[in-house]
Design a protein around this ligand. Structure first.
Ligand code: HEC
Length: 91
């Protein structure tokens, strides 16, 4: 019993390892993107984004504003997250 219990935190850590290294989209948006607007800006009835291209351009503009300098793949991840969570544009 004891060896099993002792090994538990280690396996938990190992399992969490790769996930921690990944870009945490939800946390990033909460932490970095809520300074000027919160998530209501994405779901307001008259939101300005009409398609994925606009959404990506806007995310790039906002990222440039705050100088977070996301890599392209992280921009893509944020766009995908916002689209999956709020906008639901056709891909
Ligand atoms: C420096 C202030 C600021 C920060 C920080 C900011 N934004 Fe924005 N964002 C704006 C402004 C201003 C608008 C336009 C709001 C409006 O049209 O009323 C906007 C609009 C948007 C929209 C379009 C909403 C719509 O109408 O559909 C998206 C998407 C967006 N921001 C994403 C982000 C993301 C992702 C981040 C974090 C990387 C972020 N913003 C951080 C200022 C900011």
């Amino acid at each position: 019993m004891k060896p099993f219990l002792l090994s538990l935190p280690l396996t938990t850590l190992l399992a969490a390892g790769p996930a921690l290294a990944d870009f945490d989209t939800a946390r990033f948006i909460k932490g970095k993107c809520s300074g000027c607007h919160d998530e209501r800006v994405y779901i307001r009835p008259n939101h300005r984004m009409q398609n994925l291209q606009q959404l990506e351009a806007q995310v790039r503009r906002c990222d440039a504003n705050i100088n977070t300098r996301l890599f392209d793949e992280d921009i893509a991840t944020v766009v995908r997250y916002l689209n999956d969570t709020y906008y639901h544009f056709d891909k």
